[in-house]
Design a protein around this ligand. Sequence first.
Ligand SMILES: [Zn+2]
Length: 331
Amino acid sequence: MTIKHFAALMLAAAAIVAASCTKTAKTTRTPAPAATPIGSFSADSAYRFIEEQVAFGPRVPGTGAHDSCANYIIDKLRAYGLDTMLIQHGTVTAYDGSQMPITNIIAGNKPHVRRRVVLAAHYDTRAWADREHDEIKSTQPIVGANDGGSGVAVLLEIARNIQLRDPEIGVDLIFFDAEDQGAPEELRGDNRGWCLGSEYWAQHREPYRSDNLPAYGILLDMVGGRDARFYYDLFSQENAPTACIKVWGEADALGYGHIFRRQLGGTIIDDHVNMTNRGIPTADVIELYNDATGSFPAYWHTHADDMSIISKSTLQMVGNTVLNVLYKEQL
Ligand SMILES: [Zn+2]
């Protein structure tokens, strides 16, 4: 993913600074959480799912490691007994005009239940570490523990939970390919080539007809970083307000308002744009920027995006939040 409008980010940052300036000193007392986690999301399990993906190496489309990871996801979903599975193979055109083979993986439970929520993540990792300063390192692909691994891991752990306790509604899980192969940094301003897997999925309109689209979607991308902060992305807030309110509201009720900040970040190009344009308003939960950098975190698109920056605490809070949203949905 990449940032679309940096100006929006700076405006939001200015607004946050302005808001904080008007605060007066007061004693704060942390209230007891209004909600408790439903289900049994295990951060240990999610952490292991990231380790197992990273062990394949960089998951760049067209490589053996990538295909091994796709098979790993499919095997896990089968083991957890999801009712439906669609493996969508295709070919897309990369930013440089080359052809790229892709595989999207779509699984669901309760296919006949009309009210549905879709969760999504991308499983490919970037083909080059273009935020590295070292010239040689910058040409090498990343293992993407957080950017690629974490969203998949949370989805797989949710699949494990669904097997233990079915939500009332139908749930679909989409593992998108080729999200992160957009034009490299040196072609600054060239926004081609991002989110190709979800674009292919949106064009081919599977598995939904236009009259049975899920009510909303939640996209998880970079959701396992240490000290992560999740701000509203402007596109999500404008186009998927219901999903944003459900996710950020539930996080707040669980006592996670310190990481799920109800403040605006920038505008992100990510798979949620294609999902929303397909007719499923989708909120992007993404480590958009943290307080120190004012941008994506420092490890983003570098070789530092490895297991050392993964936090079980962040995974736990994200997993509990999304599971609670699912389990509280009613027909
Ligand atoms: Zn990325």
